[in-house]
Design a protein around this ligand. Structure first.
Ligand code: NAD
Length: 366
């Protein structure tokens, strides 16, 4: 992949303009939304570095693929040499680290991939960044933002909320691998002074989410009249955040966050899984009036719970609100409606995922 960006610009008072972002996992759900949002600022340069696992989908970024300020590089975050070369080549001043194995069920089936990407990969990215910062000058406001999850805190007993001080107690291999990566990131600040910030966020939902996750999975199944599988009693509580709110929070942390700090990000939307599926069914009843499967809630079916399934997560997001002025704009009700509308209007994106066509074509592999 050749260097397409023009010469480095003088920094402007607006932090985002002219900045050079290195985004790992930008072909995934949150990373893809983040890049689409970021490119709206006009003057940013973005290198999207992604291995393109099953979860990476370049269709999501088709609207910007020819933008001269955007470059896609296929690669693994475990490849330290490649990372080092790219950071130097593009004179990066923002690393935003989304790349991860992210699906809890898969982490129970094959934990090894999670250790490799989430732990070893994060270590390689930190090392490459440390090496890069040791070589270049003039990057005083460089930032490395590590995107993590509230699952590192384990399961909450009501009442109470996860704060940035809550001790880690991960219960799935996914959560444990993310917890390990968080500790590595922290240690690179404490030991080497790397200017890192970490965000721990609750469950995201919204456009471009791979249809193995709860909401898109249920939407596809409901539209096809298939059973809607709900784990256990469906009373597992999660906090739900619309993905675009998460993307704005990440930018805010990059702009105003203090190096070495951790910020919890949440939507103030605690919902039991069953309640989420019921709300979804209601919205589908309304938005798809000619569906033969009314009421969609009749499709709900309880299935054996997953092992180690945490009962409740809930985020205290007061630190980011108080210190950085961020709060979510969408309620669960408005975000859910936008999400369902998006999936109904973007059937092409979904069908290409379901058929597997999203893999390969853009890389000339099919
Ligand atoms: P995702 O699974 O949709 O996307 C992950 C992306 O990373 C994919 O594009 C994949 O190809 C890429 N990737 C995987 N392994 C890689 C590797 N070794 N090298 C380079 N790229 C690789 O994930 P997501 O839902 O967008 O989550 C992004 C990040 O946010 C993750 O770190 C996750 O832990 C965190 N997070 C997610 C949620 C959520 O609700 N989805 C909530 C909180 C935090």
């Amino acid at each position: 992949m050749s260097s397409a960006f023009p010469a480095v610009h003088v920094l402007t008072p607006n932090f985002i303009e002219m900045k050079r972002f290195f985004i790992t996992g930008g072909a995934g759900f949150i990373g893809g939304n983040f890049i689409l949002n970021l490119m709206k600022y006009g003057q940013v340069k973005v290198v999207n570095y992604d291995k393109l696992t099953y979860a990476g989908n370049l269709d999501t970024l088709s609207s910007i693929e020819n933008d001269p300020n955007y470059i896609f590089v296929q690669g693994d975050i475990c490849d330290g040499d490649k990372l080092r070369k790219l950071l130097v080549e593009y004179k990066i001043d923002r690393v935003v680290h989304f790349a991860a194995e992210s699906h809890v069920d898969r982490s129970i089936e094959s934990p090894g991939d999670f250790i490799q990407t989430n732990v070893v990969g994060t270590y390689e990215l930190l090392e490459a960044t440390r090496n890069y910062l040791g070589k270049v000058s003039g990057l005083e406001d460089f930032r490395f933002l590590h995107v993590s999850t509230d699952e590192v805190y384990g399961s909450l007993r009501a009442p109470g909320l996860f704060t940035e001080e809550t001790p880690y107690a991960p219960n799935s291999p996914y959560a444990a691998s993310k917890a390990s990566s968080d500790h590595l990131v922290r240690s690179y600040f404490k030991t080497f002074g790397l200017p890192v910030v970490t965000t721990n966020c609750s469950n995201n939902y919204g456009p471009f989410q791979f249809p193995e996750k709860l909401l898109p999975l249920m939407i596809q199944k409901a539209l096809a009249g298939e059973p809607l599988p709900v784990y256990g009693d469906g009373k597992q509580i999660r906090d739900w955040l619309f993905v675009k709110d998460h993307c704005k929070a990440i930018l805010q942390v990059l702009e105003k966050g203090e190096a070495g700090q951790v910020y919890n990000i949440g939507g103030h939307n605690e919902k039991a899984n069953l309640e989420v599926v019921h709300s979804l069914c209601k919205v589908l009843d309304e938005m798809v009036p000619d569906s033969p499967y009314h009421p969609h809630k009749d499709l709900i079916e309880f299935v054996t719970d997953r092992p180690g399934h945490d009962r409740r997560y809930a985020i205290d997001a007061s630190k980011i609100q108080k210190h950085l002025g961020w709060k979510p704009e969408e309620s669960f009700e408005t975000g859910l409606r936008k999400t369902v509308r998006w999936y109904l209007d973007n059937n092409d994106w979904v069908s290409r995922v379901m058929s597997g066509a999203y893999r390969g074509e853009r890389l000339g592999l099919e």
